[in-house]
Design a protein around this ligand. Structure first.
Ligand SMILES: [Fe+2]
Length: 252
């Protein structure tokens, strides 16, 4: 499996506090079947993102923990005005491995009315925004239509693995399931912050999705689509008519 969202690097944000913890997280990831993990430190009002420091921490962690899983670089970009300006000016500093895809995080308590315009600008700059864990955002849970609109625009959606297992409550779990059923969940990732409470373990979610929706769905969300992200290849989405007249999506 490939994990495109984690706070595995030590001392950069509210994720791993120490190199020891990060090494333990690496062990958990390797043991539970993750071959590649993207280190995505926060860029938000509390933590600033430094590419060079991130790359140095990746090298240190790889040296301490060994070659598995492979560590890639990314950024968990909070949708603030400054961040967006910076990402537009130099997208490859923030995108995953300097490629096409960028993790974007909505504020908890407000819906940005200009989100569609921001996504247009990013897409126009060759960046595909990946909207992270909308199922954990109480406001986005009420805005499925808007979320689908952003997907139509070209954004893709990442759901947190533990949401399927109830870690973030019943509403997050139900919304995560709804996103899968409607075809607007494209990627599942750990968003790991430590080795205990929020570990980089995708095995439980894979198993859950496989049993509930079949191997193909689990494979797509945790292996195939994340690989497309690493390789900067498109995750295609097709609209599919349904009996209810509501929009449905099918994707590669
Ligand atoms: Fe995150």
């Amino acid at each position: 499996m490939i994990d495109i969202h984690s706070h595995i690097l030590p001392g950069l944000d509210d994720g791993s506090p120490s190199l020891e913890e990060s090494v333990e997280m690496m062990r958990i990831a390797a043991r539970t079947g993750t071959t590649d993990i993207v280190a995505t430190p926060h860029a938000n009002l509390e933590y600033s993102f430094e590419l060079e420091l991130t790359e140095r921490k990746i090298a240190e962690l790889a040296a301490a923990a060994g070659p598995e899983p492979r560590i890639h670089r990314g950024c968990d970009l909070h949708l603030s005005y400054d961040n967006i300006q910076q990402a537009l000016a130099r997208p490859s500093r923030f995108t995953i491995d300097g490629g096409t895809y960028l993790l974007v995080e909505f504020p908890d308590l407000l819906i940005i009315r200009t989100a569609g315009d921001i996504f247009d600008m990013l897409l126009g700059a060759g960046v595909v925004p990946i909207i992270t864990h909308p199922e954990r955002n109480a406001l986005l849970q009420q805005r499925l239509g808007e979320l689908e609109g952003w997907v139509e625009q070209g954004c893709r959606v990442q759901v947190t693995a533990q949401s399927f297992l109830g870690r973030f409550g019943r509403q997050a779990r139900e919304f995560a399931e709804l996103l899968v059923r409607r075809g607007v969940a494209h990627l599942v990732a750990s968003d790991a912050h430590d080795a205990e409470d929020r570990p980089p373990d995708l095995a439980g979610a894979y198993d859950y999705l496989r049993r509930k929706y079949g191997e193909e769905v689990a494979q797509r969300l945790l292996v195939d689509n994340p690989r497309r992200v690493l390789e900067s290849r498109p995750i295609e989405v097709f609209e599919k008519p349904s009996a209810t007249g509501k929009k449905w999506y099918r994707f590669w």
